[in-house]
Write a protein that binds this ligand. Structure first.
Ligand SMILES: CC(C)(COP(=O)(O)OP(=O)(O)OC[C@H]1O[C@@H](n2cnc3c(N)ncnc32)[C@H](O)[C@@H]1OP(=O)(O)O)[C@@H](O)C(=O)NCCC(=O)NCCS
Length: 431
């Protein structure tokens, strides 16, 4: 695909706006390869970062130095031990890496400043020596010892982008070289980022000629095992993305930053431009079976009492049990959702969303709605609708639905809507 096919048009701005409340105050860790800082499109990447900041997304920027380190070594005709901070780092390489880090950091800070953005370098990451690995002393190569969460959060709360170089001091104040992919992954986990985004100057991964747009982390781990020819630099990012996801970062993205608007398209376009890896968030959701009708009836009674849900008998739930999905924790059903696909048109209704009080505000409702939407899409629906009395803001702000009117309803639902007198709001999401 060309970058033109993905460019966000002004008319898409409304589409972007629905993501604003979704991402407000979320932390995104952005890892930018040194080669991208040197690329002509870097100026546009900076503009994209300014857009993220204007939407109140908190950005932590980690940059690499491999490209600049290799260039410096060539210029000085010096042999270096490893440009990427993965193997051992000898004294000469450390010296050049420190010089490269200062140069890149300066360039990044200058670019952010030109775009009116506050930024700061800091010693919020403490390193420690890797030591001896596979019988070999890794010299000045380091890994993350400690991340000063308080310092990072203070900077982020002060509208400041922390700019992190892959050289960090150990407890004694000695500089060590850390691989920037690893650094970004650790920061994403520690700062509870909702996205870890690697921006490279490499084409995305393709499998059998098809670009890999999104995949669950388990599939990625399978691919890492089986795909022998994955380019080394991409492999490093995929491995660190998988690591972050396995310890709680919900999503990681790997994209070719040379493409105009890659960052914004990846975040705000439904299809995206790179590869998104996501956690197996939905493993607690399953189709309901007849034996679940009793539990669904019981847990939804509270919703019926407060008029957020319509009354349904246990028999009617059992009769339409195939339309229900349930969220199970330790063998108990804590939430449910009803997915009804209408015969006419391509519309699916997401209804009877209910989460037991104790489990509310933990992302269960959002995951069930997302899962139901994906299921509806897989079954050919083009639009999901929700008809709700008390949760319209949940659908719009949390699940990115848009407010609609009764005209959005399929014909066979209109009569019921007119007669039941609930005066519910109608929302929709194009799938
Ligand atoms: C609506 C409901 C399903 C949401 O489930 P949940 O698991 O608590 O929601 P999540 O954890 O995924 O999302 C939490 C977010 O939704 C918001 N939210 C939840 N219910 C809301 C409501 N009725 N109105 C506005 N916002 C709501 C929370 O404030 C929170 O926002 P934040 O992330 O900005 O802090 C759940 O609250 C519920 O069962 N409510 C009663 C039944 C109901 O009204 N169902 C809808 C019938 S169609």
């Amino acid at each position: 695909m060309t970058s033109d096919e993905h460019n966000i048009k002004p008319t898409d701005l409304r589409g972007i706006l629905k993501y604003v409340p979704m991402f407000r105050d979320h932390v995104f860790v952005l890892a930018i390869d040194g080669s991208l800082v040197a690329h002509e499109n870097f100026q546009n990447v900076l503009l994209d970062i300014a857009v993220l900041r204007s939407l109140n997304i908190k950005v932590v920027l980690v940059h690499g130095v491999g490209h600049q380190l290799k260039a410096l070594a060539e210029q000085k005709e010096t042999a270096i031990s490893d440009p990427h901070g993965e193997l051992e780092t000898d004294a000469v390489t450390l010296e050049l890496a420190t010089e490269a880090a200062a140069m890149v950091s300066l360039e990044v800070m200058q670019g952010l400043t030109r775009n009116g953005l506050r930024c700061a370098t800091c010693n919020g990451v403490r390193s420690k020596e890797i030591g001896i690995f596979e019988g070999k002393d890794q010299l000045s190569s380091g890994t993350v010892d400690k991340i000063d969460e308080v310092l990072f959060n203070k900077l982020l709360d002060a509208d400041t982008i922390p700019v992190i170089t892959p050289i960090a001091f150990n407890r004694e104040g000695e500089p060590l070289r850390i691989n920037s992919d690893l650094l970004a992954s650790e920061l994403a986990s520690k700062l509870k980022a909702s996205k870890l985004i690697y921006m490279t100057t490499q084409e995305g991964l393709q499998i059998s000629g098809q670009p890999l747009t999104n995949l669950p982390v388990a599939d990625l781990e399978g691919l890492i095992e089986t795909t022998k020819q994955m380019p080394t630099r991409l492999l490093s990012k995929f491995k660190h993305a998988a690591k972050a996801i396995n310890v709680g970062t919900p999503r990681a993205h790997i994209l070719d930053g040379r493409l105009f608007g890659a960052l914004l398209n990846e975040i705000f376009d439904k299809v995206g431009i790179g590869t998104m890896v996501y956690s197996n968030d939905y493993q607690s959701i399953r189709r309901a079976v007849t034996a679940d009708a009793h539990s669904i009836y019981n847990i939804t009674q509270n919703g019926v009492r407060t008029e957020s849900l319509r009354e349904r008998s246990q028999e009617s739930i059992a009769a339409t049990i195939d339309d229900y999905l349930v969220y199970e924790i330790d063998g108990s059903i804590v939430g449910c959702v009803n997915l009804k696909i209408y015969d006419s048109g391509d519309i699916a209704e997401i209804g009877s969303v209910y989460v037991q009080a104790f489990y509310q505000n933990k992302g269960v409702g959002r995951k069930m709605v997302e899962f139901a939407c994906a299921e509806a899409q897989a079954r050919g629906s083009r639009r999901a609708i929700a008809v709700t009395t008390q949760a319209s803001k949940f659908f719009s702000k949390v699940c990115a639905f848009e407010e609609g009117t009764v005209n959005e309803l399929p014909v066979e639902r209109c009569e019921d809507y007119a007669q039941n007198g609930r005066n519910s709001k109608v929302l929709y999401l194009d799938l």
